[in-house]
Design a protein around this ligand. Structure first.
Ligand SMILES: Cc1cc2nc3c(=O)[nH]c(=O)nc-3n(C[C@H](O)[C@H](O)[C@H](O)COP(=O)(O)OP(=O)(O)OC[C@H]3O[C@@H](n4cnc5c(N)ncnc54)[C@H](O)[C@@H]3O)c2cc1C
Length: 566
């Protein structure tokens, strides 16, 4: 039996951006009579990992501008205007020149989020919503109590009982080799650990935003950038002439450059509605078809926005479309293409004109995120193999400042990009550093290695609240093969990844099973209305494009709509 709203108790586990958006969405319902407890292990709420010193130094910037951020209490531009000039100049920002179209230093953005959280809590309390912020408080365990329809949370020295718990503990970067192997870094976070001189080549795995974070930190502590006509130049510090960085990426690709977005929140007004998706699934044996969503949420939108480009691809399948785009990217020198895309993006920003196919690909990725759990295993495999590599390159949206730095480093001979394939391997070396095995007997030795591939998807064993794993409240995410024959073949190829359930075969995908409204699904198939999971590393299988502030907002709306249907 669910309780009347008056006595609903919400527990938010983790007080980062996801909690911030969830709290705001709760307030936006205009309801009252419920209480909210927010548990945050740090001393500040709202900043989360990427916008605090756990995930950023002074050199790191967001990849979204003020106008692309889902709305909170104050716009970023208005917030900036209220700040004392000294606070802005600390970040090298000229308040006169700042606009809502500019990206932010991440730490400053964290200050913005923290301020917004404070304002919201104040607003909530004024609206009569008891809100308790438990700062400096780590949640140690969570237990579901089916008998009483409640959830128990063990935090600090206390035990708390809630009707709804939202797990928004966010990013987690497990240390697998770091600390055991000298010179081996499992991630570039916190950046402070890379703030030193490396007078030798540094290997970085990856070439997208996380790798670029590593590059920006290493570059600053081993040399300096100077303005020059038309860009930047880089010089290594004296006595540091052997410092250089080698990024490694599949097919030697660099990500695409940030451009002007027509639809700043990638909301795609003309996208398939939930009702349409459901109707399609009913006609399709319960599965969402990847081809259908590609036709409807990409091609049809493209037809309106860029008819010329649409004509070129209108008869292409997903595989055909990727084949049209990818080989041209792969064939070109990555830094030459980077420069060309920089010019294209500058024009797009100056003229406020989007690069439609790229924007729509980002929209497609965002739109696909939620129903992806309804793909067949075959379609998920196709998505991962074919479209995802292109999407991940396109939607990184590398900010202009980072592009300028990367180009300056490359011109100075300090940054190179090594093309690797999926078979390449990294072997931690006994005495420190790594051996990078490139295949066909080729290898390179590096004294320092940084894994810059981004948030790894994590599984149950890494989950911080093991009681939920042990009592079966959580279950492994998996997708059914539509064709049992294909499932059987996949099982023979990769027995670790496929489960044989006699009549059917299931592909294991990373993380835990959740519903469309983020309810956790138990081992008995129970859709638990008390516990919602939005912690990004643990839902990657069902939500392949899960990261970002837009996700925080969208997930919040979906949960709140489910708890308080209109
Ligand atoms: C380096 C980096 C840069 C990014 N940049 C951008 C960007 O520019 N634009 C964008 O849209 N997205 C960006 N993202 C995406 C990012 O995922 C989201 O913006 C956002 O951080 C997700 O918020 P979250 O609250 O889910 O997670 P987090 O930011 O990780 O916050 C989780 C919070 O939970 C707390 N917590 C964890 N465990 C416990 C516990 N047991 N008890 C109590 N508290 C706990 C943590 O201290 C933290 O404050 C970036 C991601 C990374 C990793």
């Amino acid at each position: 039996m669910s309780k009347p709203d008056q006595s609903l108790r919400f527990g938010l586990i983790g007080g980062g951006p996801a909690a911030l958006f969830f709290y705001k969405t709760l307030l936006d319902t205009g309801r009252s009579g419920f209480s909210v407890d927010i548990f945050e292990k740090k001393t500040i709420a709202g900043i989360g990992m990427p916008y605090s010193n756990e995930g950023a130094g002074m050199e790191h910037i967001t990849n979204v501008s003020g106008n692309e951020i889902p709305s909170l209490v104050t716009s970023t531009a208005d917030w900036m205007k209220q700040l004392p000039a000294a606070r802005l100049t600390r970040y090298g920002i000229d308040p006169e020149r700042f606009s809502d179209y500019r990206v932010f230093p991440r730490l400053l953005f964290g200050e913005y989020l923290a301020d917004q959280f404070e304002l919201l809590v104040q607003r909530g309390r004024e609206a009569g919503i008891p809100t308790t912020l438990h700062l400096n408080t780590t949640v140690q365990d969570i237990r579901d109590n089916r008998e009483h329809n409640t959830v128990e949370v063990k935090a600090g020295d206390g035990l708390y009982t809630f009707d709804h718990v939202i797990i928004c503990t966010g990013h987690h970067w497990p240390c697998r080799q770091e600390g055991r192997i000298p010179g081996y870094f499992d991630s570039p976070y916190p950046p402070a650990k890379l703030e030193k001189k490396f007078n030798h080549p540094v290997a970085i795995k990856g070439a997208s935003l996380t790798a670029i974070d590593a590059v920006r930190t290493l570059a600053r502590f081993n040399g300096s950038f100077h303005e020059k006509q038309g860009g930047l130049e880089y010089t290594r510090d004296e006595g540091n002439s052997d410092f250089r960085m080698v990024m490694h990426s599949i097919n030697g690709l660099l990500p695409a450059v940030r451009f002007h977005l027509e639809d700043t929140h990638l909301a795609g007004e003309k996208l398939l509605t939930e009702k349409e998706v459901l109707e399609h699934m009913l006609d399709n044996d319960g599965y969402l078809s990847l081809d259908y969503i590609f036709e409807k949420d990409f091609k049809e939108a493209l037809k309106k926005r860029d008819p010329v480009f649409y004509e070129k691809i209108k008869n292409e399948t997903i595989e055909g479309f990727v084949k049209m785009i990818m080989p041209a990217r792969v064939a070109k020198d990555a830094f030459v293409l980077f420069r060309e895309e920089y010019v294209e993006a500058e024009r797009s920003i100056r003229k406020h004109e989007s690069v439609h196919w790229k924007e729509l690909l980002a929209t497609l990725s965002f739109a696909m995120n939620y129903p992806a759990k309804h793909f067949s295993a075959e379609d998920m495999q196709r998505l991962k193999k074919t479209l995802m590599p292109l999407i991940s390159v396109v939607i990184a949206f590398v900010p202009q400042d980072s592009v300028k730095e990367l180009m300056a480093l490359h011109e100075a001979g300090v940054l190179e990009l090594k093309d690797v394939d999926t078979d390449s391997k990294i072997e931690p070396a006994e005495g420190g550093g790594i051996i990078y095995h490139y295949g066909e007997g080729k290898q390179a030795i590096f004294k320092t290695f940084v894994n810059g591939t981004g948030q790894p998807p994590l599984d149950m064993k890494d989950f911080p609240f093991q009681s939920l794993v042990e009592d079966g409240t959580l279950s492994q995410a998996e997708l059914r093969f539509r064709d049992p024959g294909k499932g059987k073949e996949a099982l023979a190829r990769d027995p670790e990844k496929v489960r044989d359930a006699s009549e059917a075969f299931f592909l294991r995908v990373p993380g835990m099973a959740i519903t469309d409204s983020f309810k956790v699904i138990g081992t008995d198939g129970f859709h638990n209305p008390r516990i919602r999971l939005v912690a990004v590393p643990y839902i990657g299988g069902y939500n392949p494009d899960y990261s970002g502030l837009d996700f925080c907002e969208e997930a919040s709306c979906r949960i709140v709509r489910d708890i308080f249907p209109q």
